[in-house]
Write a protein that binds this ligand. Structure first.
Ligand code: NAP
Length: 248
């Protein structure tokens, strides 16, 4: 018997990076997984193929989760294929750094629309598909919600909002046995952090120098904690933010 046998999960932004690893780890524990993506159909299909080729169940579903109509379509498809939902991982997120003088309304709304509004929209729709026994929401926040870096005021604020939403929804939904927790990673090597220029340079070295365990994270470091929050191993834990940072 695996930890998540018979469970249905949606992982937003699972075509690459942390979300892809979470999707694969949930599936390895027996969950059927909806691999959501915005643009990377090829990436999402590859993750689905990996899951299916190892005996798991998964489908890829395109949806920009910052848009209400597309969020509704994502959960309608999940309902149609799998019949209900037990686990929602709000992973899709973007990080862009701007100095104070470079902040614009457009740059503010781009990050808030996905990282905050998108997470609220998926949670709102997702809980409608949880069964009478409840469900699980896992939000991927960030260490910068509590230890912001220079030039990250917008992104750090989105993740501070995610922490607050996590605690608020945990109180709001606890009586329905819906647990809501957050995982707050330090720097993790992903397609996104490579693209952002955070890997293989002085920034990575600086982070490692301040990290007692001496290395940056890999997606699996986060995915294993997501499995813990998704399973009954964490049955009496809700409203928590778990920093995973090698001790940064
Ligand atoms: P990544 O490699 O850039 O992957 C981002 C994923 O999100 C992709 O699957 C992407 O899909 C999807 N996505 C982007 N916009 C979307 C939208 N509008 N709707 C649906 N999906 C969308 O990112 P990552 O580094 O794995 O980060 C994942 C999460 O962890 C984010 O919330 C990030 O803030 C958080 N985090 C990351 C780190 C880190 O160091 N990596 C640290 C702390 C927190 P497409 O490929 O289709 O665009």
């Amino acid at each position: 018997m695996k930890k998540l046998d018979g469970k249905i999960a949606v992982v937003t932004g699972a075509s690459k990076g942390i979300g892809a690893s979470i999707a694969k780890h949930l599936a390895a524990e027996g969950a059927a997984v909806v691999v959501n993506y915005a643009f990377s159909k090829e990436g999402a299909d590859r993750i689905v193929d990996e899951i299916v080729s190892t005996g798991g169940k998964a489908i890829a579903v395109q949806a920009d989760v910052s848009k209400r109509v597309e969020v509704e379509q994502l959960f309608a498809k999940t309902q149609q294929v799998f019949g209900r939902l037990d686990i929602l991982v709000n992973n899709a997120g973007i990080y862009e750094n701007y100095s104070l003088e470079d902040i614009t309304e457009q740059r503010f709304h781009k990050q808030f629309d996905l990282n905050v509004l998108g997470l609220l929209l998926t949670s709102q729709q997702g809980v409608k598909h949880f069964g009478a026994e409840g469900g699980n929401i896992i939000n991927i926040s960030s260490l910068v919600s509590t230890i912001p870096l220079p030039n990250s005021s917008i992104y750090s604020a989105t993740k501070a909002a995610v922490d607050a939403i996590t605690k608020s929804l945990a109180k709001e939904l606890g009586s329905r046995n819906i647990r809501v927790n957050a995982i707050n990673p330090s720097l993790v090597e992903t397609e996104g952090t490579h693209l952002a220029g955070a890997i293989g340079n002085d920034f990575q070295k600086q982070v490692e120098a301040q990290t007692p365990l001496g290395r940056i994270g890999q997606p699996q470091d986060i995915a294993l904690a997501a499995v813990f929050f998704a399973s009954s191993d964490s049955a009496w834990i809700t409203g928590e933010t778990l920093v995973i940072s090698g001790g940064f």
